[in-house]
Ligand binder design. Structure first.
Ligand code: SF4
Length: 325
């Protein structure tokens, strides 16, 4: 099938409603079972800095939000979080931050080495756009994976949402990440103002062409302290259809039921897990900082203590007859 026919077909699938949409979720669930099995993978998330120099219009951490109290975790706080993740027998830590201009690549490299020497766990990084030299240093220090969401693969839409940023540089970063041998993760937001069904179809094709190992798909949720305050949020059905079609098209890929999917009018992570997702991300950011990592409002689980997340994930999984890995 040529590109245009593929996109037409994807658009048609994304337009399904009611019983037809439910059949799509069931099909994605079968594909997930075949390629990823019934076990749900857990990734322990540590949000180590909410400083950010960027101006993404949808994000509460963006540099223009002067009302947000900013924080940076110390080396010890990160290592304590890693120890809690290891104690819960979780095999991946995700170190995530805004694009913090004060982030010293050598400091983070030492922390990666320390985590790898103390624990049998994979290290995933998500610290935004960086020079290739930083990605290389962190990879040589033991980092296994890097997440950088494209948010939308449509350059025009991307430019309309990212003041002073470059779509080309985003792609350069993703290429560096792949070239350096990371398992590469990306993803999008569904329901962005100005986003069309065709855009989402193109995003799914983009995922396939780039052969990402992990893809985060979540709804756009407006934040009142951003440019997009008051815009309508993304719809849960469209998120689920995008998730399901991505699973069917990609086969073997890790798809989280994102925290944002759990932060809508109710927790839709269960629906996500039944429509192709196979990953959950319990939050191990120290309790006093969790509330300050407010990319979007009403984030799920920020008032729970970090230690209660893993058992909660296990019961979430058990409620649909699945187990955490
Ligand atoms: S999405 Fe990331 S880079 Fe953009 S403002 Fe938020 S934290 Fe910064």
């Amino acid at each position: 099938m040529n590109t245009s026919k593929n996109l037409d077909y994807f658009e048609k699938i994304l337009s399904l409603e009611g019983e037809e949409a439910r059949k799509l979720y069931d099909r994605a669930d079968e594909v997930r079972r075949r390629y990823a099995g019934d076990k749900i993978l857990l990734r322990g998330l540590v949000e180590f800095s909410n400083h950010c120099a960027r101006y993404c219009y949808y994000c509460g951490l963006n540099t223009a939000n002067a009302s947000l109290e900013r924080y940076r975790l110390t080396r010890e706080e990160i290592l304590e979080s890693a120890a809690r993740i290891a104690a819960d027998n979780i095999k991946t830590i995700v170190l995530q931050s805004g694009e913090d201009p004060a982030l010293d690549p050598a400091w983070l490299a030492e922390i990666i080495k320390e985590i790898k020497s103390r624990h049998n766990m994979a290290v995933t990084l998500s610290a935004g756009e960086r020079p290739r030299a930083d990605y290389g240093l962190w990879r040589r220090s033991g980092a296994d994976r890097y997440l950088l969401k494209i948010e939308t693969s449509d350059k025009k839409l991307y430019d309309s949402l990212h003041k002073g940023m470059s779509f080309e540089n985003r792609l350069r970063c993703l290429q560096d990440i792949k070239d350096l041998g990371y398992e590469a993760g990306s993803g999008i937001m569904v329901g962005l103002p100005g986003q069309t069904l065709r855009n989402i179809a193109e995003d799914i094709l983009f995922f396939k062409e780039w052969k990402f190992d992990m893809i985060g798909i979540g709804p756009f949720i407006p934040h009142e302290k951003t440019e997009l305050a008051g815009k309508p949020a993304g719809g849960v059905e469209m998120v689920l259809k995008t998730l399901a079609l991505t699973r069917i098209v990609m086969g073997r890929v890790n798809l989280p039921a994102t925290t944002s999917l759990g932060s809508m009018d109710k927790d839709y992570r269960i629906e996500g897990l039944k429509a192709g997702a196979n990953v959950l991300m319990p939050n191990y950011t120290p309790d006093k900082y969790k509330v300050l990592y407010e990319i979007y409002p009403n984030k799920r689980c920020i008032s729970e203590s970090a230690g209660t997340c893993a058992p909660c994930m296990a019961s979430l999984a058990a409620s649909i007859g699945r187990l955490v890995a």
